[in-house]
Write a protein that binds this ligand. Structure first.
Ligand code: SF4
Length: 321
């Protein structure tokens, strides 16, 4: 299944996800905070990817999903999923197909920025409405500590790729996403270094995130609300950017009316295979009342299809992969 959702996120509002790579997670990074666990297939580039869905099949699945939804309730069709979407070997063909299929809907991508130094990747991304690009570090040591990239990647290549994207296509369609980890990249000194690069790239928006889902490594800790607010203020002050945070989500369109109500159990399994979810998220994403979601989840936990995992005081549900 390459189409999932709609999923509501603080970054993009309601989006219908397109996941062009097949599980298990295939990525150029192995981030310490990854909610999908450790990267089993860490690769250098699209040449190393053999396991993917062809663009025509994705287009057909998207057309079918869009038919079942009220398009006005979706903010974006979003390329993301189980791994890094710019690893998709036929990225430009895929993006062109999606563009033809979605009509007036906007298309976004959530990328880790690792391949934006490649001309063909920047060219494909230029066809989208919004490129949400990860930038957690601005020096090599922190980059290696947080993102644990494939051996050929350097932070200088990634920042250079972002600079070139801005030079070639402007910064109107560029948003930066920064994951802040307590005592790793949230000191005032580090945030100022980050702000210098943000200022230079002048993205449309900076999305500050912290570790709100179970991370790949247990030592990884989130920032508290006041620390996020301080970080956001500092970045706003030094970079003059529009900063939103995971604790202060953007306004989204009204309540989603999901017309698809069949196969709820399969949907819960699919959803929680992609990322651990709270019960409230499952209810919200599937358009259910809390009690209905609880009843479905309870059954799936009982038959072993999904498991509970506590993170802090919150219970998340994830499918057995
Ligand atoms: S967080 Fe994103 S970039 Fe990092 S390992 Fe997970 S999928 Fe890859």
């Amino acid at each position: 299944m390459t189409i999932y959702g709609p999923v509501r996120s603080w970054r993009l509002g309601y989006s219908l996800g397109v996941d062009p790579l097949l599980p298990p997670k295939t990525c150029t990074f192995d981030c310490v905070y990854c909610q999908l666990g450790s990267t089993r297939r860490k690769v250098d580039g699209p040449e190393d990817v053999k396991n993917y869905v062809d663009p025509q099949t994705i287009r057909k699945e998207l057309a079918s999903a869009l038919k079942k939804l009220k398009q006005e309730s979706i903010d974006y069709v979003t390329l993301s999923g189980v791994g890094e979407p710019t690893l998709y070997p036929k990225l430009k063909e895929l993006v062109t197909n999606l563009r033809e299929e979605v009509g007036d809907l906007k298309i976004a991508i959530l990328t880790n920025s690792s391949l934006m130094w490649r001309n063909e990747v920047r060219e494909a991304l230029s066809l989208l409405d919004l490129v949400v690009a990860k930038l957690d570090a601005v020096d090599e040591e922190t980059f290696q500590a947080i993102n644990r990239p494939s051996p050929r990647l350097r932070i200088s290549m990634i920042i250079d790729g972002l600079r070139r994207f801005k030079e070639e296509w402007g910064s109107d369609k560029l948003a930066l996403q920064v994951m802040l980890i307590k005592d790793v990249n949230n000191s005032a000194e580090y945030l100022m270094k980050l702000s210098e690069i943000i200022c230079e790239l002048s993205p449309k928006e900076v999305q500050l995130n912290t570790v709100l889902r179970p991370p790949a490594e247990k030592w990884v800790k989130p920032l508290e609300l006041h620390e996020m607010q301080e970080a956001a203020s500092l970045i706003r002050e030094y970079s003059s950017s529009n900063v939103i945070t995971a604790y202060q989500p953007r306004q989204v369109k009204g309540e989603l009316k999901v017309s698809v109500v069949e196969e709820l159990e399969l949907k819960v399994i699919d959803l929680t295979r992609r990322r651990p979810c709270r019960i409230s998220e499952i209810a919200s994403i599937l358009g259910l009342r809390l009690e209905e979601a609880e009843s479905i989840v309870k059954g799936l936990v009982a038959d072993g299809s999904i498991v509970e995992e506590a993170y802090g005081e919150t219970i998340f549900y994830k499918a057995k992969v």
